[in-house]
Design a protein around this ligand. Structure first.
Ligand code: PMP
Length: 459
């Protein structure tokens, strides 16, 4: 590696995020140079199918000119303004109007931020603020789920249930965060336990938690309709049907984290639609702008909004906001994205190609490395197991998921290993031919990984 090569400079100066920095220091990074449709090219000229749409987000692929042009037009018209101090601008108004029109019922007001983490952080602050305003300052605890993922700010990482994001970061912060078991049926069910019985066990755990802590101390539960960062985990049958009435009974808000699921990923506009959630707050990001600009939204109910106005009667200024919240360029790009979704019927497209996607990956259930394949719409997770008959995982030090991920990369396919779960969330524009190519490359990757992992098993 030349000292001034891009890779050497990267190693010298860029601190990579969510990365094994020790492995990175030895091996360096895959540097991506350009993209077209569902493909990206690295700096060496190798082409990959991007089966993760970046980070579950580049819904329109990597070369949508209309989004670049929308950004350019807005940059010429008004490159920056804010929504502080009773000021505002048209792109934020138009986007808020559009978003609230398509949002689940009753969510008529929006706060804009730059990231999913900030959207969830804002939700947490609003929940605490709201409960102070309505005279129940003791109702502040927040429920998340082990392996749930809601972001990286102090509060969003605290409500998340990712052990590596807690250890040594002194998180969860401040004693207000509670975590339920991960409702991952495949890994966690007892022998002979049905999905429905498993869901009932999960619901009983929630009830016991509320009993233990006191419902009057718990403000909200955060849930992704389909868990992304936990390993592309679809909820077991009956889960949310049992969870929601328990929350309602104790006046505990439900925050639907739609940062991954929002805008068609599960085959409906919202994951909340797919799983019949009735959230009090909904957060979204990523596919909101096809990720061509950083923007997220926190949608809130009339009830919460009315309390905020009441709060200003009491406190004066609503003390929350970001310089880049509702950035006009990001709002303009998000508006154009939503227009493209409708004009091209992206939702209809997802529904049309989803069977090819789920059946194509489903065929790998017969592979000796694959214990389970699950998914919905255009999101899927594949479980890599040492002994699928006994549901025995590989020992963590084998890094079996990473072996598969690397073997796929060597075969022109970018997927993501989350432990030994392989996640797929291709751009929503992926065609059936591209899905076939994706599955073919995955097959080659799995076989190559099996060749590496199998001798280790025999040892
Ligand atoms: N919530 C969910 C469900 C996510 O998947 C993510 C990011 N992967 C976030 C929140 C955080 O979003 P960001 O990285 O934009 O802060």
């Amino acid at each position: 590696m030349r000292a001034n090569s891009l890779h050497a400079l990267d190693l010298a100066h860029v601190v990579h995020q969510q990365t094994d920095l020790d492995a990175h220091a030895r091996e360096g990074a895959l540097l991506i140079a350009r993209g077209e449709g569902v493909h990206v090219w690295d700096t060496e000229g190798n082409r990959y199918i991007e089966a993760m749409a970046g980070l579950w987000c580049a819904s329109l692929g990597f070369s949508e000119r209309r989004l670049a042009e929308a950004a350019y037009r807005q940059l010429l018209e008004l490159p920056y303004y804010h929504t502080f101090f009773q000021k505002g601008h048209e792109p934020s108004v138009r986007l808020a109007e559009k978003l609230t029109a398509i949002a689940p019922r009753g969510l008529n007001h929006v706060l804009f931020q730059c990231s999913g983490s900030e959207a969830n952080d804002a939700a947490i602050k609003l929940i605490w603020y709201y409960n102070n305003l309505v005279g129940r300052p003791q109702k502040k605890k927040l429920i998340g789920r082990i392996r749930g993922y809601h972001g990286n700010t102090v509060a969003a990482a605290s409500v998340s249930g990712q052990p590596h994001m807690h250890a040594d970061f002194d998180l969860p912060y401040g004693g207000r965060f509670l975590h339920l078991s991960n409702p991952h049926y495949y890994r966690a069910h007892e022998p002979g336990e049905t999905e429905e019985a498993f869901s009932a066990r999960m619901a009983a755990e929630l009830e016991a938690l509320i009993e233990r802590e006191g419902g009057e101390t718990i403000a909200a539960m955060f849930a992704e309709p389909v868990q992304g960062g936990g390993g592309a985990i679809t909820p077991p049958r009956g889960y949310f049907e049992l969870i929601q009435p328990i929350l309602k009974k104790h006046d505990i808000m439900l925050v639907a984290d739609e940062v991954i699921c929002g805008f068609g990923r599960t085959g409906n506009l919202w994951g909340s639609e797919t799983y019949r959630l009735e959230p009090d707050i909904l957060t979204c990001a990523k596919q909101l702008s096809a990720s061509y600009q950083p923007i997220s939204a926190t949608l809130i109910s009339d009830r919460i909004h009315a309390a905020l106005i009441e709060g200003s009667r009491k406190n004066g200024t609503f003390g929350h906001g970001f310089t880049y919240g509702a950035h006009p360029v990001a709002c303009a790009v998000a508006l154009e994205t939503l227009k493209i979704y409708e004009e091209r019927d992206i939702l209809g497209h997802v529904r049309r190609v989803s069977p090819a996607f789920l059946e194509g990956l489903g065929r790998f259930r017969d592979h000796p490395l694959v214990g389970d394949v699950r998914g919905i719409g255009l999101i899927a997770g594949v479980e890599v197991m040492a002994d699928k008959a006994r549901r025995t995982p590989f020992p963590p030090e084998r890094k079996a998921g990473l072996v598969v991920q690397k073997a796929c990369q060597d075969n022109g396919l970018i997927v993501r290993a989350i432990g030994d779960r392989i996640a797929f969330t291709p751009p929503l524009i992926i065609t059936e031919e591209e899905i076939a190519a994706m599955c073919e490359a995955f097959g080659r990757g799995l076989d190559a990984a099996w060749a590496v992992l199998r001798p280790d098993l025999a040892r």
